[in-house]
Design a protein around this ligand. Structure first.
Ligand SMILES: Nc1ncnc2c1ncn2[C@@H]1O[C@H](COP(=O)(O)OP(=O)(O)OP(=O)(O)O)[C@@H](O)[C@H]1O
Ligand SMILES: [Mg+2]
Length: 307
């Protein structure tokens, strides 16, 4: 190594050759990607393409009948072991957090908001009661909830969908994770609320330098919110590139189809290009992308309706 070679930066999240199958069906096919600190990477694909399966595999939340294999899944250089519940519990919430796809079923209906958000800290034995209270307040505010006293006392069913989603974001932020995986964090919300929630998520993660994997079926959202886009089709990543490039000059035929079907994404990209250059990497982040590995066609997942 010469003095001019930049030091290799371990990405905040590294996934190498991740495969997930159920009973002979491969639903995620040897995918590889990384997310740098401070970077937002969108994982885009239509329903059933394997987005949530990818998230659950990384988080160790797949059901017991799932078969998982990976060359490596690392957070800040530390290996995750999806089969090792105890190790995964040590990571989840504090180093690797998750905003689940469905707010309606992800909050405990019989616990007040404040207690639910504090749970991660309690489980990990973080702080005194007073510290935890402060951190919960900070997380609620970071998620865009100003009335922390009033909202903190409520039960989930007393909140709008937008507020429920913000509580889930607060829950993900409270442990100060380096990596956050948000699975369709606003799909249940109307457009105005969606924007407010995504703005809160973006501000909170930017301030904390969090690496974000943003899962969405919405290419326009990816165009607006992500630095980089991964296009997932039938469990394989068919395209991986800087967001504006993928949207304006897609290389894969499938991405071109997606872009053509999402006219709303184009003005978003144009306005991004017109703005001042954005940061596309994490701090000092020399991008280190693992080679794409795609399984032979015969091992690709069976599709409903055979698109
Ligand atoms: N427990 C399971 N058993 C068998 N197959 C499953 C299981 N969970 C998911 N699958 C299959 O894996 C594939 C990918 O599902 P996944 O939920 O990851 O898709 P997705 O991209 O998140 O879709 P959506 O946009 O609808 O949320 C689908 O074909 C689904 O039927
Ligand atoms: Mg999903």
């Amino acid at each position: 190594m010469t003095a001019l070679t930049p030091p290799a930066v371990e990405p905040a999240l590294l996934v190498e050759s991740l495969t997930v199958g159920y009973d002979g069906d491969v639903v995620v096919s040897g995918i590889s990607f990384s997310v740098q600190r401070g970077e937002v990477v969108a994982l885009v694909g239509e329903s059933g393409s394997g987005k949530s399966t990818t998230a659950h595999a990384i988080l160790g939340l797949l059901p017991p009948d799932a078969r998982v294999a990976a060359r490596a899944v690392r957070v800040d250089g530390d290996e995750l072991s999806p089969d090792d519940d105890e190790r995964m519990r040590a990571f989840r919430g504090v180093r690797l957090a998750y905003v689940p796809q469905d707010p309606g079923t992800s909050l405990d209906p019989v616990r007040r908001v404040r207690d639910q958000v504090a749970e991660v800290l309690r489980v990990h034995g973080i702080g005194t009661r007073a510290d935890r209270r402060d951190r919960v307040d900070d997380a609620l505010r970071a998620a865009g909830i100003d009335d922390v006293e009033g909202i903190g006392r409520r039960f989930p069913h007393e909140l709008s969908g937008g507020l429920q989603q913000r509580v889930l974001i607060a829950q993900a932020l409270v442990g100060d994770p380096g990596v956050l995986i948000a699975d369709e964090p606003t799909s249940a919300l109307d457009v105005t609320v969606q924007k407010a929630v995504l703005d809160a998520l973006a501000a909170a993660t930017r301030e904390r330098g969090v690496a974000v994997l943003l899962i969405t079926h919405d290419l326009a959202m990816a165009a607006e919110r992500a630095d980089r886009v991964l296009v997932l089709r039938d469990g394989s990543i068919v395209e991986d590139g800087e967001a504006t490039r993928v949207l304006t000059r897609p290389e894969h035929a499938y991405t071109r189809e997606l872009v053509a079907a999402t006219p709303a994404a184009i003005p978003v990209v144009a306005s991004r290009q017109a703005r001042a250059p954005r940061r596309h990497r994490g701090v000092g982040g020399r991008e280190r992308r693992a080679p794409l590995e795609v399984f032979p066609r015969s091992r690709r997942p069976r599709r409903d309706g055979g698109r």
